[in-house]
Design a protein around this ligand. Sequence first.
Ligand code: 4AZ
Length: 240
Amino acid sequence: IVGGEDAKKGEFPFMASIQRAGSSGSEGQICGGSVVGKRWILTAAHCTVFSKKQVQVVVGRTDLSAKGGQVLRVSGFAVHPDYDDTGSSDVALWRTKKRIKAPRIALPKAADDALEAAGTVLTVAGWGVESSGGSEAPENLKKVDVSVSSDLECITNLLLGFNADTEFCASELGGDSCQGDSGGPIFGTRESGKVVQVGVVSYGLGCAVPLFPGVYAELNAPGIIDWVRATMRAGKKAGS
Ligand code: 4AZ
């Protein structure tokens, strides 16, 4: 996360860190994720670059170098069938071997489309680097507020393959998601006060580059949320 600030301990209990198996602290951090089911972690398709034996998921920790929380191995991945090399439909689900002892974040309903309107302020959290091309990732979870971009504000991302049907953009002057935040959630708050995940950190041209808002996979896009729900319903048959 570029800009923003440290998350407080326990502030985002649904956050997951996806890491190389056997690593400790932020050293093996690959991607972010979110707890969406008893055994399911939602992340980006482009985060499934290692085999299931090479990864672990850490939940229940704000400071990755601290003790506590839960370290889980995964029994399989399911990658969205429409994921392609332009980065469209960049969502995947990882099934954990054991039940996850952390609360889940709510997935969006149709009415939550309102949270994707241009100008809406959403929050993105992660353990990614703090500047474009940065090498050292923080141990403590960070968060930053970003505003949903209009289609016009996002037009520069067409150069990168932006697909307005399944993705949205969001930005903040001096603030953005960045490398290592991929797969993590961007979320907003319903009028009721309930936190709901709106998207998944996907890609961008650098981080916090003016005129290039960060790009997020849009959970409420046709074919995305349905696939997430159907995959979880299919249970352990999903993933490989
Ligand atoms: C990355 O490399 C990455 N600012 C993720 C998000 C953004 C840029 C890069 C968006 O994983």
